[in-house]
Design a protein around this ligand. Structure first.
Ligand SMILES: C[S@@+](CC[C@H](N)C(=O)[O-])C[C@H]1O[C@@H](n2cnc3c(N)ncnc32)[C@H](O)[C@@H]1O
Length: 285
């Protein structure tokens, strides 16, 4: 009642109130519209993130060219490249799980000697930061251009790796130490020990007892005596160099600074018929 009297008494006031009312309404409408747009934007962005994540999980990623597959895997068979790579990733995951280590709890993973990404491509769904390195610059160039889920680096056979000490939860090296002479194996193992976090784990595949039949008489004598056997050491890092690891040698000098959690004979399923070894870096003094 008092408002109505006031409006009548003061000329122009009712016009002013009407205009304030309409501004208030406008401002309210504007605010509502802003909120609607903000929510819509948020919803669209969330939907697009989901689509991108689904696509990344299922997306076809290109195959490396034949020549690169041949150079790294010793065969250019595309189907083998994909299926054996998948088997290797599964066998790595299950060896860890069997020992109470869930691969999806690792923050940083390195594929040492990753070649053209045969195995790491099957781990791209993991939440971990994925890294791969190799001494083959052509393979690393291809990975860097075609595998966007990982970071790839070239390393020289004898140089320190370009990673910080104690920075990886898991390193795996499949069919890598099988192609190195003794001094480069020792160097590689020291480097992998350095970059693993204390308690971090290393999975490696090695030629073991299953390949004893391929050794000549002198090599068999060395192998039986627990000595590392290496052929073609002058072609270090290539498939023309072949190393054979008696389990006694691995448990001794080779795995210095590591605890052996498991030896799975012929257990490296995607790298047959190699043994899979699971090692844990011992705590440092
Ligand atoms: C037989 S291939 C295996 C590749 C891959 N791990 C796989 O299973 O498909 C061996 C790879 O190890 C790489 N390599 C050998 N010695 C290495 C070293 N010391 N540092 C980094 N890469 C190495 C080679 O260049 C090659 O790509």
């Amino acid at each position: 009642m008092r408002t109505r009297q006031l409006l009548r008494l003061v000329p122009g006031l009712s016009r002013l109130v009407r205009s304030l009312d309409s501004r208030e309404r406008e401002s309210r409408l504007l605010t509502e519209e802003c909120w609607r747009l903000a929510n819509e934007n948020h919803r669209l962005k969330a939907a697009s993130r989901e689509v991108r994540a689904k696509r990344a999980a299922t997306e076809e990623i290109p195959l490396p060219p034949d020549v690169l597959r041949l150079m790294v895997a010793g065969t250019d068979d595309a189907e083998w490249f994909v299926t054996a790579g998948q088997r290797a990733a599964e066998s790595l995951t299950s060896l860890l799980a069997k020992n109470g280590i869930a691969i999806d709890t690792c923050d940083r993973i390195l594929d040492f000697g990753c070649g053209c990404g045969r195995v790491i491509r099957h781990l791209r769904h993991l939440p971990a930061e994925l890294h791969g390195c190799d001494s083959n610059p052509v393979a690393m160039e291809w990975c860097a251009e075609n595998l966007p889920f990982g970071a790839f680096a070239v390393n020289a056979l004898e140089s320190p790796l370009d990673y910080d000490a104690r920075s990886f939860d898991l390193v795996y090296a499949l069919s890598v130490f099988t192609h190195l002479p003794p001094h480069l194996q020792a160097h590689g193992m020291r480097e992998l020990h350095r970059i693993l976090k204390p308690g971090g784990v290393l999975v490696i595949s090695l030629h073991g007892d299953a390949l004893f039949g391929r050794l000549n008489r002198a090599e068999r004598a060395d192998y039986r005596a627990g000595r590392l056997v290496v052929r073609g050491g002058d072609l270090a890092g290539t498939n023309h160099c072949a190393a054979f690891h008696p389990p006694a040698f691995v448990r001794g000098a080779f795995a210095d600074g590591f605890e052996v959690l498991e030896l799975a004979p012929k257990g490296a399923k995607g790298n047959p018929p190699q043994d899979a070894w699971l090692l844990r870096k011992r705590g440092e003094a």
